[in-house]
Write a protein that binds this ligand. Structure first.
Ligand code: MOS
Length: 767
């Protein structure tokens, strides 16, 4: 239950409130899933296949079973009572739908083939190394061209007008293919599960982005009623989408614990993070754009392949933003899945949009060059006034202002389009830009608020804080409504015994919890006012509740306040007419009434059931501007600046919000210049499946970052007007950087990441 201090006088909604859970994390007090220890805890280690495709001919576990401390070796022959899940949109399913060890077939390198459980981790590791496997080996299909061997069906996802006719008639056209590689999530906290059975009930400590969905899925997998499963995930070292659904290690830990009647811990190590818990799939996207000579788009075709595994149908929806980002009468987006011998992919920060907008925005940049037009002007000229994909008006769209504000901040007017034409301090400078968008919606949520007799307020919701600031957002809302200081607000999240809350996915938690939290606290306050007027001995006894209100954590009589009319929306709105000593502390009234506490529950109704929201297309927008420095003599490229301007509705917490965009910009930089998981083509083994070899952007790589929020409330989403912010910041970074790279070097990189070999093609060889 994180708590913290903040001056109550601040206007808290929109303020840069530090994380209330920050001290718990920085002092090591926060307990992550694998920090949970129990008497008699046994340790499991998963064993991975060392081939990429084939069959297990013989699995010899006899030596392992005889080793010291070994309690159980699970495998295809003895894993009991685990089931497949039913794929449902609401409750989710296992991320890899095949239960572990279901058959003796190997679908990808690193697939779990056994799990050893022992008294200690060392004993389990040693025994895992003693398992002998014989395989019938086949060659995995890892062909790098996703169009090769394609036998599936290509689906038309969006269509309007006649794009093919418009393309052939277009005076200016672009037809290019853009490729993004496999990228891995690699959050700081790795996946892992501690499973504890108590009779027929099981508690799962799992690093999860959605405890409610996790519980439902695990109840199906284990074949036990939902009410017998409790999932706990109180602190999470991020997930980036890799923890949206449970992975097989949860099944193995729970099944082993059930079979042994002992608590079992199973941790996914960093090497396994590259095999067994998803990745952003490889994409290959052909973009065709048609335009008039003066730069009006006449046609867009976006035909893409998205890689998936042999086991599951996963699609990276690269074309989701294409129908509405720009105005264009003729358009088609088509989707195709290409099967390869890899593990099942998963959503990763900005799924679809991030690779999709790399392609679309790169093509826009190339079109601008072909038109001899400023790429900023091309964006402004083709801005969409309504969502032409769904034919609905936008609830709130300020993409143009994102572009113009960012241009102003980075000094776009000084940019010259000729590659290599800008110099500074012995380096060549390039400038580029990229647009971003991400959907918004209000998903269902329930939260409860308890006004306690000890003067504290407890908020409860079975959502979770994956590091984005959800604990703090709840506390801000309660403070805004009651004036109770943050250090007297306790927020409980990440436990399925709490009221059902949303999965931390799709950047939708903040917009989902705000209505539930505000209605819960409003109802609790209303009950408090009833108690104040109905309790004999209360100074407000016999008064009407309308005559009272709550501020500074106290109940006040309204008529005492000169000049304040009507109901104040937030306590912040109440002028300083209240010296803090005025009124009666809420806890005094609760004690006077001799009740233990006052609790109320609030719900968020989903936007798709809201007649006011239904007619609108709801999205966030943004733009990144990148500056690169190129030193051709030593082939050194650095991203020196990223200016980001975002339209994500009203920002509830400037600090947490800006941190999301900053982190996403750095992650986008890593995507552009560093990240690529490579497989050994004959075996399917990840070649760079470790942090020694797989590069991510670090502090040493990060440029000068500058984030601006336009802060226009989108009141159709919730009363504060907040939309989501977690994923959008990663969209648009890659095309901004590759456009800047072109501006500096004259080299167009269409296949990420940008390699030195690409840059060596530059004909600009000296400064
Ligand atoms: Mo996000 S990829 O829905 O965690």
């Amino acid at each position: 239950m994180p708590t913290a201090n903040l001056s109550q006088s601040a206007v808290i909604i929109g303020a840069a409130v530090p994380r209330i859970d920050g001290p718990l994390k920085t002092t090591g007090t926060a307990r992550y899933s694998l920090d949970h220890d129990f008497p008699n805890l046994a340790h499991a280690v998963a064993v991975q296949s060392t081939i990429g495709k084939g069959r297990i001919r013989k699995l010899d576990v006899s030596a392992a079973e005889r080793m010291p401390g070994v309690l159980l070796v699970l495998h295809h022959g003895n894993l009991e009572n685990v089931y497949r899940t039913f794929q449902r949109a609401q409750d989710g399913s296992m991320a890899e739908t095949r239960p572990p060890f279901e058959d003796d077939t190997i679908y990808y390198w690193g697939q779990y083939i056994a799990a050893v459980v022992a008294e200690t981790l060392e004993q389990a590791n040693a025994a895992a190394g003693a398992i002998r496997v014989e395989y019938d080996v086949e060659a995995p299909d890892l062909r790098p061209d996703l169009s090769e061997g394609f036998t599936g069906t290509r689906e038309s996802s969006w269509k309007r007008g006649n794009p093919d006719q418009a393309l052939s008639a277009a005076p200016v056209a672009i037809d290019e293919t853009y490729v993004t590689p496999v990228e891995t999530h690699n959050p700081m906290e790795m996946h892992g599960t501690v499973a504890v059975w108590d009779g027929d009930n099981v508690t799962l400590y799992d690093s999860s982005q959605g405890v409610v969905g996790h519980r439902t899925v695990m109840s199906e997998v284990l074949g036990v009623p939902r009410e017998n499963v409790r999932t706990i995930s109180r602190f999470i070292g991020s997930g980036f989408g890799g923890k949206l659904s449970p992975w097989p290690q949860a099944t193995l830990a729970a099944a082993a614990a059930r079979q042994l009647k002992r608590p079992v811990k199973l941790s996914v190590d960093r090497r396994m993070m590259f095999c067994n818990v998803g990745h952003r799939p490889h994409t290959q996207q052909r973009i065709q754009l048609g335009a008039t000579h003066d730069g009006k788009l006449t046609a867009i075709r976006h035909d893409f392949f998205s890689e998936t595994s042999l086991l599951d149908n996963f699609v990276e929806h690269c074309g989701e933003q294409t129908p509405f980002l720009y105005s264009c009468p003729n358009l088609e987006v088509t989707t195709a899945m290409a099967r390869r011998g890899v593990g099942t992919p998963a959503p990763m920060r900005g799924p679809g949009a991030v690779p999709g907008l790399f392609a679309l925005e790169s093509a826009m940049d190339e079109l601008a060059i072909k038109l001899n037009m400023d790429p900023l002007e091309l964006r402004l000229k083709n801005d969409a006034e309504r969502d032409e994909g769904t034919n609905k008006p936008f609830s709130s769209r300020h993409l143009k202002e994102c572009f113009t504000t960012g241009a102003e901040k980075i000094g776009w007017k000084h940019r010259t389009p000729q590659p290599g034409s800008m110099r500074r301090e012995g380096k060549i400078i390039g400038l580029g830009l990229g647009g971003a968008s991400w959907g918004a919606a209000r998903i269902p949520a329930t939260a409860s608020v308890e006004l306690c007799a000890n003067g504290r307020i407890c908020v409860r919701c079975a959502t979770q804080d994956i590091g984005t600031g959800t604990y703090t957002i709840f506390a801000q809302v309660i403070h805004a409504k009651t004036g109770v200081p943050l250090d007297r607000i306790d927020v409980f999240l990440g436990d399925t015994t709490l009221p059902d809350g949303p999965t931390s996915g799709g950047s939708m938690v903040t917009s989902a919890i705000l209505p539930a939290a505000t209605s819960a606290v409003d109802s609790a306050v209303m009950r408090l006012l009833n108690v104040a007027t109905l309790t004999p001995g209360s100074p407000f006894y016999g008064m009407k509740t309308e005559a009272l209100h709550v501020a500074n954590g106290r109940v006040h009589a309204r008529q005492e306040i000169a000049g304040v009319k009507g109901v104040a929306l937030h306590s912040d709105d109440v002028p300083a007419a209240h010296p803090p000593a005025d009124g009666v502390p809420f806890a005094e009234l609760i004690n006077l009434a001799r009740i233990s506490s006052i609790t109320a529950t609030g719900h968020t109704t989903p936007s798709w059931e809201d007649p006011k929201a239904q007619p609108y297309s709801m999205h966030s927008f943004g733009a990144h501007f990148a500056e690169v420095e190129w030193e051709p003599e030593i082939a050194r490229l650095r991203v020196s600046r990223i200016v980001s301007v975002f339209d994500c509705g009203r920002i509830i917490n400037q600090k947490a919000g800006a941190n999301q965009i900053l982190g996403a910009a750095v992650m986008g930089l890593g995507m552009t210049l560093l990240e690529e998981k490579r497989y050994e083509q004959r075996t399917g083994q990840p070649i760079n499946g470790s942090f020694a070899d797989y590069q991510v952007a670090t502090c040493a790589d990060h440029p000068d970052l500058d984030v601006t929020f336009l802060d226009y409330p989108d009141l159709l989403v919730n009363e504060y007007g907040a939309r989501g912010i977690g994923e959008i910041g990663m969209a648009g970074v890659a095309p901004a950087i590759t456009s800047a790279v072109y501006n500096a070097t004259g080299v167009r990189v269409r296949q990420l990441p940008v390699r030195i070999e690409d840059l060596l093609q530059s004909t600009i060889v000296e400064v």
